[in-house]
Design a protein around this ligand. Structure first.
Ligand SMILES: *Cc1c(COP(=O)(O)O)cnc(C)c1O
Length: 215
């Protein structure tokens, strides 16, 4: 896809997003040159799901001003240190053991990344995350993860829901975050961001609707 298509898609998207919904450009599967085009168009925040792929792009883009890297993929325990070193925000903290590991390593590394807890609001065999009840039970522990900085909840809607069902799911996520005093909501992807935004999303994670098909 030529760069002007990216410019057009970005402009159209930005015209539709309300001010509270920031755009996380999901650049997994896109070569560094595409991110460079996106940076030239004013984007700064990029979402990646694999540590090695992201590290390679960070090296290739090291001549640019510092970018805002968000980790959105499933985080294996053995990648925790690398992810902490290479990302300022982690959207996919899906269990207590991982949260505690990140806390320990962040303290060693003197890092204070922003965290989203991933929640699973409907049964979805392919996805991980805290169940709402579990998150509430663990909250006394999860709210005290210094030097980590919990900022919000992240969710992924299961495939196959109707728009009104997705809207309700995102509203449930927003209500849960509000009940825990968390202000940020990482919700909405290329196919469902309008419902997520209606429910109050503060970070939409958009890949293919911006960059086109992934490699
Ligand atoms: C890939 C991915 C996205 C972006 O998906 P698109 O459908 O391309 O917008 C968003 N969130 C997560 C967690 C992803 O893995």
């Amino acid at each position: 896809m030529p760069a002007d298509d990216l410019a057009q898609r970005l402009k159209a998207l930005q015209g539709q997003l309300p001010p509270q919904a920031r755009l996380l450009a999901v650049s997994k599967g896109q070569p560094a040159v595409r991110l460079r085009e996106a940076v030239a168009l004013g984007l700064r925040s990029f979402g990646e799901s694999r540590l090695q792929e992201a590290q390679a792009k960070q090296v290739e883009l090291a001549d640019l001003e510092p970018l805002d890297w968000h980790f959105i993929g499933r985080l294996q325990a053995n990648k925790a240190r690398g992810v902490l070193r290479h990302f300022g925000t982690i959207h996919s903290v899906d269990g207590l053991a991982l949260a505690e590991r990140l806390q320990r390593i962040a303290a060693e590394e003197q890092l204070s990344p922003r965290l989203f807890f991933q929640v699973k609001l409907r049964s979805d065999p392919g996805k991980t995350g805290f169940e709402p009840r579990e998150l509430e039970q663990l909250w006394p522990r999860l709210r005290a993860l210094e030097p980590l900085v919990p900022v919000g909840l992240m969710t992924i809607a299961p495939l196959g829901l109707e728009a009104d069902q997705r809207l309700r799911l995102f509203q449930d996520c927003a209500a849960l975050a509000a009940s825990l005093g968390l202000g940020e909501l990482s919700m909405g992807m290329s196919n469902d961001w309008p419902e997520a935004v209606r429910a109050g999303s503060t970070w939409v994670r958009i890949g293919s609707a911006l960059f086109g098909e992934r490699l």
